[in-house]
Design a binder for this molecule. Structure first.
Ligand SMILES: Nc1ncnc2c1ncn2[C@@H]1O[C@H](COP(=O)(O)OP(=O)(O)OP(=O)(O)O)[C@@H](O)[C@H]1O
Ligand SMILES: [Mg+2]
Length: 218
């Protein structure tokens, strides 16, 4: 049964597509991975100049996403990662989130970015979806403001990944060169580490979700 991870933030430029493409590329080292790009702008499906060899990536209409969520078993993948457009309406958001095993909410760390993230988090909590906020594009020397943002999330009972995605030029260069940080040289090293740490957290969370099912089955 594929595990479905949706990457969402109603705010534009949060880092959704960058997270989807690089996380997919890393998970594809060990798993069968597909990316479904539900953004009409097709940012992730147009990311690569030619189709990546390690994982599948396809543009998908909202109807196709709904069909996928209704019957994920038909797809022979371990992970399906869904990229979403900014400004996704609540109805679509609810359908996609409820059909997913886990939702990643990338967010920049300014107050202007965090406010919509808090609103979205409340929505995901209300619909009882497993999710975590992923702080992204975190500038160097931003320890104080990031600590304050983490406290804001903590006080609101909003879960967030321990890993934060640093603002690193390799992420920008990977997009410019239609590749991922895993297909770059030494200059991609720090960014690769961020995605590896994120993937470890994601894998641990999704494995944990499986435990009760295994208990029921035994
Ligand atoms: N960790 C990072 N370090 C540096 N730049 C980053 C990082 N993550 C994303 N970016 C840059 O930030 C911009 C927005 O990222 P991205 O396109 O992934 O966001 P998005 O949420 O998918 O945007 P949209 O809402 O338009 O789909 C891009 O120019 C991208 O290269
Ligand atoms: Mg995008």
């Amino acid at each position: 049964m594929p595990k479905i991870i949706t990457v969402v933030n109603t705010k534009g430029g949060a880092g959704k597509t960058t997270t989807v493409v690089n996380l997919a590329r890393h998970l594809a080292e060990d798993y069968r991975v597909a990316v479904a790009d539900s953004d009409p702008q097709k940012s992730s499906s147009n990311w690569f100049a030619k189709k990546p060899s390690k994982f599948k990536i396809e543009a998908a209409s909202f109807k196709q996403i709904q069909a996928l969520l209704a019957n994920p078993r038909q797809l022979k993948f371990d992970y399906i990662i869904i990229d979403t457009p900014a400004g996704l309406n609540e109805q679509m958001l609810k359908i996609i989130a409820l059909g997913s095993d886990f939702v990643i909410v990338p967010s920049k760390t300014s107050m202007l970015d965090i406010e919509p993230t808090i609103k979205l988090s409340k929505f995901l909590k209300d619909v009882q979806v497993d999710y975590k906020v992923l702080l992204t594009q975190v500038p160097a020397h931003a320890k104080n403001s990031v600590a304050i943002i983490k406290r804001v999330l903590y006080q609101r009972d909003i879960p967030f990944f321990k890993t934060v995605m640093r603002q690193l030029e390799a992420n920008v260069m990977a997009a410019i060169n239609h590749t991922t940080v895993f297909d770059m040289g030494y200059e991609g090293r720090a960014a690769r580490l961020d995605y590896k740490l994120l993937a470890q957290e994601v894998e641990a969370l999704l494995e944990k979700q499986e435990e009760p099912k295994a208990e029921l089955a035994s």
